[in-house]
Design a protein around this ligand. Sequence first.
Ligand code: C5P
Length: 220
Amino acid sequence: MIITIDGPAAAGKGTLANNLAQKYSYAYFDTGMVYRAVGLEMHLLGKNMEDKAAALQIAQNLTFKHMHELAKNPDFRSSLGGKNASIVSAYPEVRAALLKMQQDFALSPVFADGTPAKGVIYDGRDTGTVVCPHADVKFFITASAEVRAQRRYQEFLQKGMKADYNEVLADVKARDERDANRATAPMKPADDAIIFDTSDLSIQEVTNKACEVIDEKQSC
Ligand code: C5P
């Protein structure tokens, strides 16, 4: 089974994806990682984020192994990491170069230790529209920018990272704008996606609703 979860930054996609992956014993692909990896590699090489050719070359050579190595860098999950990922992800050539790597994962999904899984959960912005348009179940998770900024701000504090709420809010809004308005694979719900607004829902409530949909699909 293939399940996709798309939506804006800090809407709760990652937590929902992890909960579902655990409950159903499915592999999990956080597709934001591929763009974060390209953005971080650009940053580490001192490249300007506007340098599309450099971003493309990095994208073409990206492997899962290198992506997971880059993920250990503290800047991978930082605000800057998110911003850089959002900039490089707007380049159509970069998206095209990273598409096969994302799609291939569903052909033989594996857990982190390499053992095979009987299903996969994708999270991202375009996983239900572009990466896996044939997915069995598609969710689009959203929440107000203020609620999402508050969640991201708390996450940074819990990780011991410095953060300013107003800066996080401005960053969330800027990323939404870039992700929703880029020409290639803009962030939007697939026509057949189930949409959840999590502004007033706990993660447990969202998880329960998602499980109802999946269980019904599985019983068909
Ligand atoms: O989800 P995450 O915050 O890690 O994603 C980082 C950035 O990568 C997003 O802001 C978005 O610009 C880009 N992205 C994308 N398509 C995806 C996943 C992430 O464009 N499927």
